[in-house]
Structures are given as C-alpha cells and as structure tokens.
Design a protein around this ligand. Structure first.
Ligand SMILES: NC(=O)c1ccc[n+]([C@@H]2O[C@H](COP(=O)([O-])OP(=O)(O)OC[C@H]3O[C@@H](n4cnc5c(N)ncnc54)[C@H](OP(=O)(O)O)[C@@H]3O)[C@@H](O)[C@H]2O)c1
Length: 313
C-alpha cells in the first residue's frame, strides 16, 4: 500500500473500522475515505456503484456489517443474513468493477463448525454443522469468503478474508443484551452496584483479541496476501467466561454479586483459533487480555456520553 493510495474503510464508526482508521493515520496514510450510513447505505447497490464510480478507490477494508452477540444473532437472524450478504455483495462486486487493488474482508470464528477440532485451522471451514444461534450470520460470512474467492478465480480480483477471534476495544457495542460479552459486561459492571446476572454457567472458553491487534493484522495481511485466502487472526489468550468476569470485576472494582442464569445458552464450546499461517509470516498480537481490558474500560469511562447516546439510538 502506498501512502498516497485512496483507502476506503467501510464501517469506520464501528469497533473494527475505527481501529483500522486510527492505525492507518498513525502509519501516515493520507487518503482515507469514510462514509457514514446516512451518506452511503452499503445495502443500496446504486449508491455503492455511484461511490466507486466517483472515487478512485485503491484499497477497501470492509468492516461494515450487522454484528452482535448471542441474543442479537438468535433473535434477528433474518436481518443478519439479509444485511450482511447485501453489504458485502455490493462492496465486493463494485470493488472488482472499479479495479480496486485489494479487498480486505472480515469474517469471524463463528464461520467454523461448532465441533471443529481446536485450535481451529482454516481448513475446518464447511466440514461440519454450525452453531445454531449464529448460523444465519455465519452463512452470510461464508458467502462473503466464497464470493471473494469466486471473483479472484474468475476475474483475478485480489483480496484476503481475515477471521478474527472475539474482538473488544474502543467503540464497541455496549448494549446490555445485543452486544458481545466484554462490552455488555463492562456496561453492566460499571452501572449496576448490587447484582449482575451473567448468561449461561460461565464455563465456555473464548479467545479474545484486542481490536488494535486486528487492525494491525489487517494492514499486515494487505501486504502479504492477495489470492482471497482465508486467514485466522487469534491472540492465543483463551479464558473461561468466569475468568473473564473475575478480571473485569477487578478492573472495574465491582463490589456487588455475580449470579449465573443457567436458563440462557452458553453458545459454542471452546474454539481457539490456529493462527500459525499469519504468525509464520511475522505477525503477532501485542496486547495481553488484561492490558486490552484496561484500555477498553478507560475508553468506556472517557466516552460515557457517546456510549449513552449510541444506546439511545
Ligand atoms: N466484534 C467482534 O467481536 C467481531 C469478531 C470477529 C469479526 N468481526 C467482524 O468485524 C467486522 C466489523 O465488526 P464490528 O464489531 O466493528 O461491528 P460494529 O462495531 O457494529 O461496526 C459495524 C459498522 O458497519 C456499519 N454498517 C453496517 N451496515 C451498514 C450499511 N448498510 N451501510 C453503511 N454502514 C453500515 C455500521 O454503521 P452504523 O453504526 O451506522 O450502523 C457500523 O459503523 C464485521 O465484519 C464482523 O463480522 C467482529
């Protein structure tokens, strides 16, 4: 990537997109293009075509998606599959038509079969049944991966699909029900004094990756891959939800009681990622889970008004 290249970061207000923008700016990239949903609805193919026609885009980082935790995935599965397939279809199709040099697509660990061998290798894709609670989202993401592969095969379109572990960090979705586990817990532990109810029994293990490490991996991958490969991005830091809660209780200094709601689903069992492909080329994560959680909580406290505003809308 050249410092003068035009780089479109789709979904720049979100967790991943905002981190990619911060990283690109830090590295001195001068022409970073961003559009809010109001300015450019990525589900609308006419608007997307108009955007690519009128802006000479060299690189696309696709961090725009409908994203959420178990509750949101389970309850809004139609919206998850509809919105995600539309957004990525438009972005991939018009990126190819308007000769984008490279397309960086983002999937997630949930694309892999529920009972894949762990650590999960890229080869596990499409080898077994998916976790039912996020099947619609996973199928949309698998569609994106295969669309990029098909465009690479037929048109020679260059790109890479990155599959990160569970992400967290600044600009996360702090909705107590629809967000992922870390931001939801931060929000609850910060705002409730007496009692916090956590879903499931706390036994599932999860691998968490601080979002700035993913942004770093996205830029690294944009230099090293081009053939629509599927590449895992993990942290090697795998904890149980119980251990995670206890780390956050310490960081936030929560003095109330934690209880576990066993009627709620645990979600997928343990599934850390095998990320030796990217690691073997020299990439590795920089943040420990504790450092990342502390940074995330600092950001949350310093941006509480913004968080509340986003929760209202
Ligand atoms: N969060 C995780 O743990 C995680 C883990 C693995 C992979 N990923 C992947 O990383 C990517 C980004 O996730 P994220 O957590 O950063 O999500 P996020 O915080 O919810 O951000 C998504 C962004 O996409 C934008 N967007 C969605 N639909 C749009 C549309 N139709 N037109 C324009 N903009 C649209 C949203 O804009 P609005 O704010 O206006 O809605 C938002 O800014 C996704 O592909 C996701 O699958 C995330």
């Amino acid at each position: 990537m050249d410092k003068k290249d035009n780089i479109f970061v789709a979904g720049h207000n979100g967790l991943v997109g905002s981190s990619i923008v911060r990283k690109l700016k830090l590295l001195g990239f001068e022409n970073i293009l961003t559009r809010s949903r109001k300015e450019l609805d990525l589900m609308n193919s006419n608007q997307v075509e108009h955007f690519f026609k009128n802006n000479k885009i060299d690189y696309v980082f696709d961090a725009a998606a409908r994203v959420g935790g178990i509750h949101a995935n389970d309850n809004y599965s139609a919206e998850f599959i509809y919105e995600n397939t539309l957004v990525q279809t438009n972005l991939i199709h018009y990126s190819n038509l308007y000769k984008v040099k490279k397309f960086i697509f983002l999937g997630s660990v949930c694309i892999y079969p529920k009972y894949a061998d762990t650590p999960v290798k890229e080869e596990a894709l499409l080898t077994g049944e998916l976790e039912p609670t996020n099947e619609a989202y996973a199928i949309a993401k698998i569609h994106g991966i295969h669309m990029l592969k098909a465009y690479n095969k037929q048109y020679g379109m260059k790109g890479v699909s990155l599959m990160p572990a569970n992400l967290y960090g600044p600009n996360d979705n702090y909705h107590p029900d629809n967000g992922h586990v870390i931001p939801s817990l931060i929000h609850k532990l910060h705002n409730q004094d007496d009692k916090v109810i956590c879903w499931g029994d706390g036994s599932p293990r999860r691998e968490f990756l601080y979002v700035d490490d993913l942004a770093d991996a996205c830029i690294f991958a944009s230099k090293h891959f081009a053939s629509a490969e599927l590449i895992n991005v993990g942290s090697g830091q795998d904890v149980s939800i119980k251990e995670l809660v206890s780390l956050l209780v310490d960081i936030i200094d929560f003095k109330g009681k934690i209880t576990w709601d066993h009627t709620k689903p645990n979600g997928t069992p343990k599934r850390p990622l095998d990320y030796t492909r990217i690691e073997s080329l020299g990439w590795k994560p920089k943040y420990t889970l504790k450092e990342g959680l502390k940074k995330s909580y600092e950001w949350y406290k310093n941006n509480i008004d913004l968080v509340k505003l986003r929760l209202k809308n």
